[in-house]
Design a protein. Sequence first.
Length: 265
Amino acid sequence: GDSCCNPQSMGYIKKIVEKKIPGIYVLSLKIGSNLIQDMENSFFMNVNDQVREVCSQLAKDPHLTGGYNAMGFSQGGQFLRAVAQRCPSPPMLNLISIGGQHQGVYGFPRCPGESSHICDWIRKTLDLGAYTQAVQEHLVQAEYWHDPLKEEDYRKNSIFLADINQERGINETYKKNLMALKKFVMVKFLNDTMVDPPISEWFGFYKPGQDKETIPLQETSLYTEDRLGLQEMDKAGKLVFLGVKGDHLHFSEEWFYTAILPFLQ
């Protein structure tokens, strides 16, 4: 629902990074030929096509040939992780995911309270259609809808998240490419009402088979079986888990300068 160059959001981030790190080159990714298309594509353009488009933009940019740092906000964090895994040239050096949902979501954004009957109704409604081919190919948020009560459906029919999270087998190239990162920084918003469950921002998720109790990344099978190299990266000190008080994408300039900018320098 945002765009590459909105002066209140991504355009603002670009400006403050350029101000604080003189001479830095910042590319704010635009998907589509104008800002309206860019915004609409964040809801309706197949994520795999978005990733291909971004890989093409990065490969053609002469400023990035020696490598680059990537910073993604919300779903942009997980989409840029797919870029790291699928497109090693030019090389991504550090990946900074600010509120990215790496294990997906299983909840309706801004739903007023988990016990609300309305929330449950909306969840069940999306639930019924999330893994149909038509919805998967045309609704971005369905492509990272992760139903812990229907893991088999998710693994079989999720056209994006299940693939990049190695749910259908091990793609060694994905693993090797992700492990080439110097740092993988994950920022979780400690009062997040948009991402459900919020621990997905640190790569955790619900315990298998239920939707009440969550577990951290280190207790997931993705980590214990090291299907993506995250266990090895963690032991090498490459994973950075940052928490910030506030709701989804709410942070101060001061926090951004002290916590995030060092990874861009």
